[in-house]
Design a protein around this ligand. Structure first.
Ligand SMILES: Nc1ncnc2c1ncn2[C@@H]1O[C@H](COP(=O)(O)OP(=O)(O)OP(=O)(O)O)[C@@H](O)[C@H]1O
Ligand SMILES: [Mg+2]
Length: 322
């Protein structure tokens, strides 16, 4: 780490963008004294902190290290660092079997987070517990600041999700399904439905009954349905299941676009590590009901290894299916 360049980066944030050392420290959960040391070139952050910094200020780690000035003022926004999901001390068991054990993590606005782990690790259980479809034994979930124990309705109103298969009325058309979701959620913007239909490329088939759709079409309709609420957080459990390579590519592009344009956060569980690597900013590895590591994708790139290599080194499950 070039401490001098790091110092220049911090100095630039302070002098040109008006952040104090305390602001930067608060965002990272460290003391302003540490930030001050970085600025003076006495010390430097570790790669994990550097990754968080790069995320907050929307520059790559390399740009920070190279002392490049590629970011623009309007892109830097303290609001970006708002938490849309806070999971703390979450436990869930089925009968005597402990499934989730002390799960802690946060998702920030605009972040795309990949949840990966072996079969049976607890991904779907975690997602369902966050959504209150399963009752947690203990622990807390906050969505956009709303505690699901106290304000479940407000909390869930901020989330769009697809878990397993999208739940649709099979005998109604795709359009009618979307209209119903819109009605239930008291949304008045009719044009938005049309823009979502276009967005997921279902214009040609939207007036057919859902039962006539292929799996990929159902997935795309499910996505449009989840997006209609303009959620702050989109949760997708293995969304590429059953999609062909083109479908996977299109989904990736849609998710990246919507996250960028709407500053929407996405939590996505998947077994396709190359896809996760391609789309996600941060990774959570869950193994045996525990989060065994959390890191920014930049960290993997920085180490010059693939996510698959990182995954196997963290889970020791070299010969099993991911
Ligand atoms: N409703 C349930 N009742 C009892 N046990 C359950 C239930 N749902 C899940 N489990 C158990 O919880 C553990 C975690 O399952 P979960 O479905 O969360 O795994 P997963 O990480 O989503 O796996 P996969 O990659 O196969 O989808 C498994 O041992 C599973 O058998
Ligand atoms: Mg699952």
């Amino acid at each position: 780490m070039d401490q001098e360049k790091m110092g220049k980066f911090i100095a630039q944030l302070r002098t040109e963008y008006g952040y104090t050392q305390k602001d930067i420290g608060d965002m990272l959960g460290i003391s302003d004294n540490s930030v001050s040391k970085w600025e003076r070139g006495i010390n430097a952050p570790d790669i994990s902190t550097l990754t968080t910094l790069s995320k907050i200020f929307k520059v790559s780690v390399q740009e920070i290290l190279n002392g490049e000035r590629k970011f623009k003022k309007k892109e830097i926004d303290k609001e970006h660092h708002k938490k849309v999901l806070e999971v703390s001390n979450l436990y869930k068991s089925f009968g005597k079997r402990k499934i989730l054990q002390n799960i802690n993590f946060d998702i920030y606005e605009g972040d795309i987070v990949g949840l990966i782990g072996p079969n049976g690790a607890g991904k779907t259980t975690l997602i369902k517990t966050i959504l209150n479809l399963y009752k947690a034994d203990s622990g807390n979930v906050k969505i956009c600041g709303f505690d699901t124990k106290k304000n479940l309705e407000e909390a869930l109103s901020k989330i769009g999700c697809i878990i397993e298969n999208p739940d649709m009325y099979q005998n109604l058309s795709g359009r009618r399904n979307l209209q119903i979701t819109s009605l239930i959620n008291n949304l008045k913007d009719k044009d938005y439905i049309n823009s979502m239909i276009k967005f997921v490329k279902l214009e040609d088939r939207i007036d057919d009954k859902v039962k006539k759709y292929s799996l990929g079409m159902k997935q795309r309709l499910g996505l449009a349905n989840a997006l209609i609420k303009k959620p702050k957080l989109l949760i997708l459990d293995e969304p590429t299941n059953g999609l062909d390579p083109l479908g996977i590519k299109e989904l990736r592009e849609i998710l990246k676009k919507i996250s960028r344009e709407e500053n929407m956060s996405i939590l996505i569980s998947s077994h396709i590590l190359s896809e996760v690597e391609n789309i996600c900013d941060r990774i959570l590895i869950i193994d045996d009901g525990k989060i065994n590591s959390e890191f920014g994708i930049e960290e993997v790139k920085y180490k010059n290894i693939s996510l698959e290599e990182e995954f196997f080194s963290k889970t020791n499950k070299k010969d099993e299916q991911v």
